[in-house]
Design a protein around this ligand. Sequence first.
Ligand code: PLP
Length: 360
Amino acid sequence: MAVSLFASSLDAYKPRLTEVLAEVVDGGRYILGPEVEAFEEEFARYLGARHCVGVGNGTDAITIALRALGVKPGDEVVCPSFTFYATVEGAVNAGATPVYCDIDPHTFCVTPETVRAAMTPRTKAIVAVNLFGNVAPIPDLRELGVPVLEDSAQAAGARLGDRRAGALGDAATFSFFPSKNLPCLGDGGAVVTDDDEVARLARRLRFHGSDDKKTFLEVGYNSRLDEMQAAVLRILLPELDGWNAARRGAAEAYERQGLGRYAALPEAAPGAEHVYHLYVVRHEHADDLRDALSARDIGARAYYRVPTHLQPATAGYAPAGPELPGTDEAARTHLALPMGTQLSEDSVREVVDGCASGST
Ligand SMILES: Cc1ncc(COP(=O)(O)O)c(C=O)c1O
């Protein structure tokens, strides 16, 4: 039985999505209209934050948020290396110098200790990634004395205690790329913050550095969430909690069916409610396991085998940072197994059986 790496589908929502897209076409407003405004309000309310600013994608969101937080060219920004490349790319595009910090390979997230080891008097911000749907210890990181940006691209709907990821840092960024827990039908992103000034600057930066389309105060970006994507997101946002519950159910099924005998299972950070954007295990022979699963038509994939501090474009920043043993271990051993809102108990059994035979 084939099991796909992404076990989610929007099929059930297609009639309603087609309808709202037709409504946007009929309405004739395509950029910064009522759908974007309503989605910004609804997503901010869902997260428990004061402001949401819709932008073109999750990468621009990082650049815009860092600049809105006051990062200037040449400032150091502490970032994990074990993340999707866009985290660091977003910081470099803001003019910042990334300084790599390590992660805890059990949670795949940064910790106050790993961040502190990378901080210098030139550190102007920290980017903490809520990786794979886990939540980094943002409240503890805020004690370190510089603004904390949550890269929450992979953690829409996750919680730490009674608060949502995205409402924990000085600002947060989201991606609504189609494979994300809260997807749209193309590119889309958001900057979220409680800070009125950060929100005002983010709004300005997403529109060419202008507040009124006449006077251009800064060199900014053309990076807006569009009306079509906002309309789609307004249909799908009410589904997010149910979808995340289904993902947690699949993670529980993996545990119940004994996957832990064959691989190290993902660990929610203390106090975190994980949303399993990806279900990532660790295994000493991860590529062999991937090949064994693929021979049984089961999707499995390593995402960051070459972490950002070793990528050609961004390796040049690496020497300034500390050693990264947790990153090296995670990069070598991680493997994403099938996950999604529609992963059946039978599929979970098939994956566990595949791991059992692939581990011998
Ligand atoms: C952790 C992380 N940060 C940033 C991004 C960038 O988002 P986007 O693809 O919308 O630019 C992604 C998306 O894949 C991501 O996973």
